[in-house]
Design a protein around this ligand. Structure first.
Ligand SMILES: Cc1cc2nc3c(=O)[nH]c(=O)nc-3n(C[C@H](O)[C@H](O)[C@H](O)COP(=O)(O)O)c2cc1C
Length: 368
């Protein structure tokens, strides 16, 4: 068998050795935006996972663009140095490409860590002023965001560019703009959160595309550039798959190499149907209509499931988040399942089931 998930994929000037991607995952473990030892351990381990691309967590382009006090940022020299330390270590451990997701949380910023409830920070908890296209809070009891002025919008575009330049200096292979999950770029795109009367409201793609273009202008063509987009707001009057297609077409026109099609999280009132492959249909719709590489994500955890998505042409690659947290050896195990030989780090080669008698006993013993 020649599984498609283990075929290389070209994104811009970057070749992914396979189509299995570590989805960006916030760790809420940074100090004023700076990566810590947690990131060294977390990303170091995932760097040797064998995944074709590892995308590092949503990283704030400004201090106020972080979701929580513990989110990573790329808004200062210190942030850049701390991230460079971790990325350089990952580079010494693996040759596989590494990307970073650049983000601004907009009205969803200034909240507690998820394991502390994820609710807005109160007075005395160092909250900050949140911003959005329109002064509509994310939900009941949330901060009312300040409506961004045009001057503030221009500054934010500069912040995205400045962070992209920091990412370039650190040596990332890919930058991914976060324009899903109800964060700032998505807030501009959706009619439910963007009620502006100016051109940024009449053409809701204007701000995201200005950011996309400005980042394209500074991001090297020989690396990869993509965006995470939303396939649906899962709400009456919200964005749907046709909007994702229209946005992806514009990103392609600007020169983006790929999109990852996710959905939801614009409003707590959305009613999502979360089940295996629940977003794959959105990815497939984009794939059918736009000549851009497409990544599917969401409740993909099984190697055959991943293979079916790619082999059937619904998407060019798949991203997984929780599956990798649960099992950083997912790629090794999938390769074994399909009879594909992967280069293990020599220190771990004896864990391969065919390499040492009884090596896979532990896996069998705990019933996985
Ligand atoms: C711990 C955790 C942190 C996450 N942080 C981000 C993030 O920084 N950026 C993002 O776009 N999605 C983030 N997500 C969403 C995942 O990337 C992914 O889209 C989602 O979990 C669905 O994939 P899964 O079913 O494979 O987990 C996060 C998910 C988890 C579990």
């Amino acid at each position: 068998m020649n599984p498609k998930i283990f075929a290389p994929l070209q994104l811009g000037g970057v070749t992914l050795p396979n189509r299995l991607v570590i989805s960006p995952m916030c760790q809420y473990s940074a100090a004023d935006g700076c990566m810590t030892d947690w990131h060294m351990m977390h990303l170091g381990h995932l760097a040797i996972s064998g995944a074709g691309l590892m995308v590092i967590e949503a990283t704030g382009v400004t201090r106020e663009g972080r979701i929580t006090h513990g989110c990573t940022g790329l808004y200062s020299e210190e942030n850049e140095a701390a991230m460079a330390r971790v990325v350089q270590a990952c580079r010494r451990l693996s040759h596989n490409p590494i990307g970073i997701q650049l983000a601004h949380a907009g009205r969803k910023a200034s909240v507690h860590y998820p394991w502390h409830g994820g609710k807005p920070l109160g007075a005395g908890e160092s909250p900050w002023r949140t911003v959005a296209p329109s002064p509509i809070p994310f939900g009941e009891g949330w901060h009312v965001p300040g409506e961004l002025t045009v001057a503030e919008i221009r500054k934010l575009i500069e912040s995205f560019v400045a962070s992209a330049l920091r990412a370039k200096r650190i040596g990332f292979d890919a930058v991914e703009l976060h324009s899903a999950h109800g964060y700032l770029l998505h807030q501009f795109l959706s009619p439910l959160s963007n009620r502006r009367g100016d051109s940024y409201g009449k053409n809701r793609m204007q701000f995201p595309l200005e950011v996309a273009q400005a980042v394209r202008d500074v991001w090297p063509k020989e690396r990869a550039l993509g965006a995470r987009i939303s396939g649906s707001d899962w709400m009456e009057g919200g964005l749907g798959p046709d909007d994702a297609v229209a946005y992806a077409k514009e990103l392609k026109r600007i020169g983006y190499d790929y999109v990852c099609v996710s959905s939801g999280a614009l409003s707590p009132l959305a009613r999502m149907k979360v089940e295996p492959n629940y977003q794959v249909g959105f990815a497939s719709q984009v794939k059918q209509n736009v000549p851009i590489a497409v990544r599917a994500v969401g409740m993909i955890a099984d190697p055959e499931q991943a293979e079916d998505i790619v082999a059937s042409g619904k998407a060019d690659m798949v991203a997984m988040a929780r599956a990798f947290l649960d099992n950083p050896r997912w790629v090794w195990h999938a390769a074994e399942r399909f009879g594909v030989k992967l280069d293990y780090p020599p220190q771990y080669a004896r864990s391969r089931s065919d390499a040492w008698p009884g090596a896979n006993l532990a896996r069998k013993k705990i019933g996985v």
